[in-house]
Design a protein around this ligand. Structure first.
Ligand code: 13P
Length: 249
């Protein structure tokens, strides 16, 4: 059975004081669903977040990393550095990184390889822009993003990959994909996996939806058979809202 996962991507929000306070609020929440809970604070707060959630059912994950193991890359963070503080999962390919830092599918293929070589799990993000959807190209765009960054991998490593479909037009806009739009795309993604890797891999990979998921729409989106969880931006910055989404399963 594939896992249900709800991950909070805090993006570039929360200094140390706010991080402490949000984590303390998160610890007060009660989980009533079977979803695995992840939070992705910014780099400077990963260590604190990791240390302070050791006893809790919350995994702390990173928002990004470099594809090199180490070296002259000023300002960058390596997989080894993340692992050295206990981080085992990294988000890669977020549309904001693709758009603002020109991360290409080729860069992402290298990052995925580096993460896997370091025995880390990857939450791999992708999704079409509004113009792609208006032109009816959303499936082609998504298929290419997945194929270019992931389809060089062997089938057995897919147990370490979590997919996150995040249509760019739904991120931070308050305009969410309808549950049917999310389901259609997730089913297409699963079919694409199945065509290359077979049934078993396709059935086991969790596919998360991201883009304006809120407490009032999570249940309907998560109710769809191919939606295995959510990658939550804005609503993950409030502990009650975030857990309302976690408990929507
Ligand atoms: P919002 O939930 O704020 O739309 O952000 C989604 C997202 O980008 C999560 O990675």
């Amino acid at each position: 059975m594939r896992k249900h996962i709800v991950a909070g991507n805090w993006k570039m929000n929360n200094g140390l004081i706010q991080t402490k306070s949000l984590i303390s609020d998160l610890k007060k929440q009660t989980k009533t669903s079977d979803a695995e809970v992840m939070i992705a604070p910014t780099f400077t707060n990963l260590w604190h977040a990791f240390e302070s959630t050791r006893q809790d059912d919350i995994e702390v994950v990173a928002q990004n990393m470099h594809f090199s193991e180490n070296g002259a890359y000023t300002g960058e963070i390596s997989a080894g550095m993340l692992k050295s503080i206990g981080i085992k999962t990294v988000i890669l390919g977020h549309s904001e990184r693709r758009a603002y830092y020109n991360e290409t599918d080729q860069d992402l293929a290298k990052k995925v390889d580096t993460a896997l070589a370091n025995e880390m799990k990857v939450i791999f993000c992708f999704g079409e822009e509004l113009a792609d959807r208006k032109a009816g190209n959303e499936e082609t765009v998504v298929e290419n993003q997945i194929k270019n960054a992931l389809f060089h991998l062997e089938a057995d490593v897919f147990k370490n990959i979590i997919l996150a479909y995040e249509p760019v037009w739904a991120i931070g806009t308050g305009e969410t994909a309808t549950p049917d739009q999310a389901q259609d795309m997730h089913a297409f993604i699963r079919k694409t996996l199945e065509n290359t890797y077979g049934n078993e891999v396709a059935d086991e990979v969790s596919i998360l939806y991201g883009g304006s998921v809120k407490p009032n729409n999570a249940k309907e989106i998560f109710g769809k058979p191919d939606v295995d969880g959510g990658l939550i931006g804005g609503a993950s910055l409030n502990a009650e809202d975030f857990f309302a989404i976690v408990n929507a399963f």
